[in-house]
Write a protein that binds this ligand. Structure first.
Ligand code: MG
Ligand code: MG
Length: 246
């Protein structure tokens, strides 16, 4: 799917709201805050900016953000959980403006975190940036995942296979999928106007995942820590434009 400059302008607006949610939720995360309070901060931004949530009611999801602490990889439901000193917390959120979607995630250390946790966060963000760098006309779709995988595995971590990135536009999840690893073939050529949500999930241990009984929360099978970073990015003549960054 090729998005016109007018469509990308709308996605830039949606992306800006997502970036504001990131900034405002990051600012309140400290030991003792509940994940429900973080969700409330995100709702306040959506309301203020006249944006709709693409997470709320998505297949019945009950919140506007996902909050996934420690060994939880993605899709955690905000609630009474109080983040603790030493936790890492992944926050994933999105917004819809004028029918166009943005989607992005970050992982943050709460208070004083162990060096391994800090390195996991840094490596996961670096792996996303390496993937974004590939988003140029003429590159191949799977160059993105190869670059992500090189960074994550080069640091001794693993990349989740079961959950992947995606094209995004008038729906949050559009085809094609964007794997965070080399799937064995280069995939289609990237073109100006492609817009993807690239979202590496990186584990300290094995890439295996388990879905919990709440039907949403996904955790590492081995209980190891996991981090998640995501941006919505457009391929332009001049290279990647990150739409979900302030
Ligand atoms: Mg997301
Ligand atoms: Mg996504």
């Amino acid at each position: 799917m090729i998005r016109s400059p007018e469509e990308i302008a709308k996605m830039r607006k949606a992306g800006r709201v997502v970036a504001e949610i990131h900034a405002e939720t990051r600012a309140i995360i400290r030991p003792g805050v509940t994940t429900a309070q973080i969700d409330a901060a995100a709702r306040a931004v959506l309301e203020r900016r006249g944006a709709r949530s693409n997470f709320l009611n998505y297949h019945g999801f009950p919140a506007v953000i996902c909050t996934s602490p420690n060994s939880m990889i993605v899709h955690g439901i905000p609630g009474p959980y109080r983040v603790e000193d030493g936790d890492i917390l992944s926050v994933d959120c999105g917004a819809i403006i004028e029918g166009y979607h943005g989607d992005a995630a970050y992982t943050v250390g709460v208070g004083e975190v162990q060096p391994l946790a800090r390195r996991l966060i840094e490596v996961t963000e670096a792996s996303l940036n390496a993937g974004i760098e590939q988003m140029r006309p003429g590159k191949r779709l799977h160059d993105i995942g190869r670059a992500v995988q090189d960074v994550a595995e080069g640091a001794g971590f693993s990349v989740v296979r079961k959950y992947v990135g995606h094209a995004i536009g008038t729906e949050m999840h559009e085809d094609p999928q964007v794997p965070n690893y080399w799937p064995g073939s280069p995939g289609p050529k990237l073109k100006v106007g492609n817009v993807f949500a690239v979202e590496p999930m990186v584990n300290v241990g094995t890439p295996d995942t388990i879905e919990l009984e709440d039907g949403w929360s996904v955790v590492t099978a081995d209980g190891s820590l996991s981090a998640h970073f995501e941006h919505t990015i457009a391929v332009t003549e001049d290279g990647p434009e990150v739409l979900t960054r302030l």
